[in-house]
Design a protein around this ligand. Structure first.
Ligand SMILES: Nc1ncnc2c1ncn2[C@@H]1O[C@H](COP(=O)(O)OP(=O)(O)OP(=O)(O)O)[C@@H](O)[C@H]1O
Ligand SMILES: [Mg+2]
Length: 442
């Protein structure tokens, strides 16, 4: 068996490594990458233990190789052979590499690294000593193996690169997550608007509150207004984790994902927005889509509050929901924008199966009737939510409106949106009023 594998476009490096490793090295020319990573991986024989990728492979090629190799040889040690560059840390972080080795590293340095990585693989049960047929370095520990070996950088630089800090043990959530019974449909509802400030967040919060009466603790509200999300502030919650944690690789584990949720006393969970716009920018649209799908496997209702407009995140969200609640006020520019949004989504085939058009902050003095509104948008209005000072009051108190003031006309109108999504929802007045009294200031 050949424990070492080299995929490289450098004949010179290949010759050097052959001289060092002799019969223990298998080489697959990097030219095969022209036909994709699988063309390379399908040529690996037996069970290589350590792969050296490079030099002269670009990031995309290396990424493709790492992913394909990880599928076929999950225990493989991975070394990228590449000179020191400012982007090297990104390679290490994003590609789950074990080490980076300069092509100019001396023979001794190269062999010492291979020995250390081999020893680490053995110590972690990923390989047997005899696989390498060579003496192993003796001192190993069970820390993750990540090394940067480049003789042109000092020891301090090397120490600066390595592995992300070990994740703290996830706390076991204290809340019950009622299991979603097989066959129970999970519904995902996006709350969207072409312009800002129309009432998306207000409606999303109250939808979560209303749906939690139907499915207690089986509702999650995702604040996907990634830059300026304000749901936790509006609900007076203090999240310890955010959407940035929820889309991180480590949250692929269900228990870890659940620790990113913040519980609200009204029986729903919140995934808080990013703690800063910069961190929000790091949440990729596809990561958001994956998150929605994963939440749908656990929760009866997934509600997604969005950024105004039809950015990539909102488009991808619309692709992964069953319902969309479109919110506009009665301003003519907003209504026109809504018409354009409808036309665009229909053209793109992205209009979710269930559409709910909500005109918020309706006002008799606006100079427009609902007929005018429908004419401008070109679609029938489903729910009218009147302008009400109770909305702002509830928000300032950090309480969902429909539990803060059950008799308010805006609260009743928002309840009718809940009913469109869950016809079995009904106001449990005694319960709600009791809760309200206990939350009243004394
Ligand atoms: N029906 C209503 N009556 C009175 N005020 C309302 C009503 N609906 C929302 N508001 C107020 O309008 C403001 C904007 O509402 P909200 O934050 O829900 O909008 P948004 O669409 O989420 O905004 P953004 O685009 O900034 O995220 C808030 O101050 C809210 O209290
Ligand atoms: Mg908002």
């Amino acid at each position: 068996m050949l424990p070492y594998l080299l995929v490289s476009r450098s004949a010179e490096y290949e010759t050097r490594l052959r001289a060092l490793l002799g019969e223990r090295l298998a080489v697959i020319p990097g030219e095969f990458l022209t036909f994709g990573p699988d063309a390379v991986v399908s040529r690996t024989n037996g069970q290589p233990r350590v792969a050296l990728l490079g030099p002269v492979l670009n990031y995309e090629e290396t990424k493709g190789l790492v992913e394909a190799l990880a599928v076929k040889h999950p225990d493989l040690g991975l070394i990228v052979v590449r000179e020191q560059r400012s982007d090297l840390e990104d390679w290490v972080d994003e590609l789950s590499l074990h080490a980076v080795l300069s092509p100019d590293a001396s023979d001794d340095t190269t062999l010492a690294l291979l020995d250390r990585l081999s020893a680490w693989l053995v110590a972690n049960g990923r390989a047997e000593v005899h696989d390498f047929d060579a003496p192993l370095a003796l001192e190993v520990d069970d820390m993750p193996f990540v090394e940067l070996v480049d003789e042109s950088v000092g020891a301090d630089d090397i120490a600066a690169v390595p592995e992300a800090e070990p994740e703290p043990e996830p706390a076991v959530p204290e809340w019950e997550f009622p299991p979603l019974e097989a066959g129970t449909p999970s519904e995902a509802i996006a709350v969207v608007a072409p312009k800002g400030g129309q009432g998306k967040t207000t409606i999303a919060i109250n939808l979560a509150t209303g749906l939690a009466e139907v499915a207690p603790n089986s509702v999650v509200l995702v604040d996907a207004d990634l830059q300026f999300g304000d749901i936790t502030a509006a609900l007076a919650l203090e999240p310890t984790r955010t959407i940035v944690d929820a889309v991180a690789d480590v949250a692929a584990d269900e228990i870890v994902l659940k620790t990113t949720l913040t519980h609200h006393d009204d029986g729903f969970f919140v995934i808080a927005s990013a703690p800063s716009p910069e961190l929000g920018d790091q949440v990729a649209p596809l990561a958001l889509a994956r998150l929605i799908e994963r939440l749908r496997a656990t929760f009866r209702y997934v509600i997604v509050d969005t950024t105004p407009g039809l950015g990539e995140h909102t488009l991808v969200t619309l692709e992964h929901v069953t319902d969309a609640v479109f919110v506009t006020n009665m301003g003519v520019p907003s209504l026109r924008a809504m018409r354009t949004e409808f036309e665009l989504l229909t053209r793109l085939g992205l209009m979710p199966g269930n559409r709910h058009l909500v005109v918020n902050q309706t006002d008799k003095n606006s100079g427009l009737t609902i007929k005018d509104v429908e004419h401008i948008i070109g679609a029938p209005v489903d729910v009218e939510v009147p302008k009400s000072s109770a909305v702002l009051l509830a928000s300032n108190r950090g309480v969902p409106l429909i539990h803060d003031d059950v008799r308010d006309p805006a609260a009743k109108a928002i309840r009718s949106i809940v009913l469109r999504i869950a016809p079995e929802a009904f106001p449990k007045r005694s319960k709600i009023q009791r809760r309200r009294r206990t939350s009243e200031p004394e």
